[in-house]
Ligand binder design. Structure first.
Ligand code: GLN
Length: 444
């Protein structure tokens, strides 16, 4: 693996030469279409000349982002459409969110709740977030001073990194990790250290973690239930992380967007462990719990002294989040317990269909305790790596999965693993399994 920024790009590129040709070429075509649809640029282009490919300027990107490519989710969903494949890649439900929440949004728009919201959230939403957090964790937080509403958890992550991390600060990540963590840490100028969670159970290598944490560590980024593996951090793991953080004065940024999709054990928020609330930012969102991933309503809960930095970054990133959607989020968070129970029951049924199906197809399926993802070992089918396997799966079988190597600092570590999602209706899951049964043959 190369260590400089260009090197990382080469590393990723060589891994995906045939599958993912989405580098400068696709960005060029994006620029072309942008210039023809944007009236001002379009006019300029028409009056001056039409540039041909050979005179077009190379795409530009700041160094802090140059090693990152089009996100794997975008790439895979684009390929799904192109090849008419069943998309078990990007985690978005192919069914709709609940009517009572959609109606609340429509009503809010009709009621004229259409201008800027207060920067850190509609007061009633801040209160609803605090009330839900209290119900889930027992922690009492001040909705006015400790809750910040953001444009999805992705913005909460970005605002947390940009608001609390200084260039050169060391931050520990557990690999495999959700792609936006590394990108936003790079934007903040952080020095990233990875700790790899390994199959079959993806447990935290506690001794390795102890060796990695020091008083140079600024923060540890957690995600439980964990995307892509479905692992849930156990109480013992969280307690060890907590004591290391307290001992070394380290912050924890905890992404808990799949907390309501905890199947095999109870979800634990690390903020609820003794001594941890004052050093933890807990992030969550509406998208997964209410099957409304396109609404982009999220939040960060943190003690006042950490909320200040998050709010400063948020103020200058987006300032405020969509007013009518926030209004509907209030209704969503007040959903009765039966809503959450039913969600879990539905997803459990979907999970069973997919896991059983994948086993029958011949995959080694690793246990997933939470999230709507499951990770498998694809090597019995004889493809060289995760990217080659996903390419074959899309083109020859008609099913999309996510190669996991992109979620590691060293992509080699993920080359045997691919991720499937079961946030699709049961018929779609069954059809995907049927396609795989028909066309995938184990060679070992
Ligand atoms: N969280 C979703 C997933 O892991 C993807 C979100 C995105 O496309 N950036 O599939």
């Amino acid at each position: 693996m190369y260590l400089d920024t260009h090197g990382v790009m080469l590393r990723q590129f060589s891994f995906r030469s045939s599958l993912l040709p989405f580098s400068s070429h696709s960005q060029r075509s994006f620029l072309k279409s942008a210039s023809s649809t944007h009236p001002r640029i379009g006019a300029t282009m028409a009056t001056i000349s039409t540039q041909n490919e050979s005179t077009q300027k190379p795409v530009q990107v700041a160094k802090r982002l140059e090693k990152f490519k089009t996100t794997i989710f975008t790439q895979m969903s684009t390929l799904a459409v192109k090849h008419g494949a069943i998309n078990l890649g990007q985690g978005f439900p192919n069914f709709d969110g609940p009517d009572f929440v959609k109606e609340a949004a429509i009503q809010a728009i009709r009621d004229g709740k259409n201008q800027y919201a207060r920067g850190h959230g509609l007061p009633q939403l801040n209160s609803a977030v605090a009330a839900r957090f209290r119900e889930d964790t027992g922690l009492v937080v001040d909705p006015e001073k400790e809750v910040t509403v953001t444009s999805g958890c992705t913005e909460a992550i970005a605002a947390t990194m940009l608001g609390l991390i200084n260039p050169g600060d060391e931050v520990i990540l557990f690999a495999p990790f959700y792609d936006s963590y590394e990108a936003t840490l790079s934007m903040a100028g952080a020095k990233v250290k990875g700790i790899t969670l390994r199959p079959p159970d993806f447990s935290v290598p506690l001794e390795e973690l102890k060796a990695a944490v020091s008083n140079k560590t600024r923060a540890i980024l957690l995600n439980t239930p964990h995307n892509p593996t479905g692992k849930m951090f156990t109480r013992e793991e969280l307690e060890t992380i907590a004591s290391l953080c307290i001992e070394n004065d380290v912050l924890v940024f905890s992404d808990e967007v799949y907390d309501k999709l905890a199947f095999e054990m109870d979800h634990i928020s690390i903020a609820s462990l003794p001594g941890m609330y004052e050093r933890t930012v807990t992030m969550n969102s509406l998208g997964k719990t209410f099957s409304l991933t396109g609404w982009k309503i999220g939040w960060a809960i943190a003690p006042t002294h950490l909320t200040w930095g998050i709010r400063q970054a948020h103020s200058y990133l987006t300032f405020a989040t969509s007013t009518p959607m926030q209004s509907a989020a209030i209704a969503a968070l007040k959903a009765p317990e039966s809503y959450f129970k039913e969600l879990k029951r539905d997803y459990n049924a979907k999970k069973e269909i997919l896991v059983k199906g994948l086993k029958e197809v011949g995959f080694e399926v690793f246990p997933s305790s939470g999230t709507y993802f499951v990770v498998v070992d694809h090597t019995p089918f004889g493809l060289e790596n995760d990217v080659a396997f996903c390419e074959y799966l899309i083109k020859e079988v008609g099913v999309v999965a996510i190669p996991t190597s992109v979620f590691y600092l060293n992509p080699e570590e993920g080359k045997n693993l691919v991720r499937f999602t079961f946030c699709k209706d049961e018929e779609t899951l069954r059809s995907a399994v049927e396609r795989m049964k028909l066309k995938l043959k184990r060679i070992v």
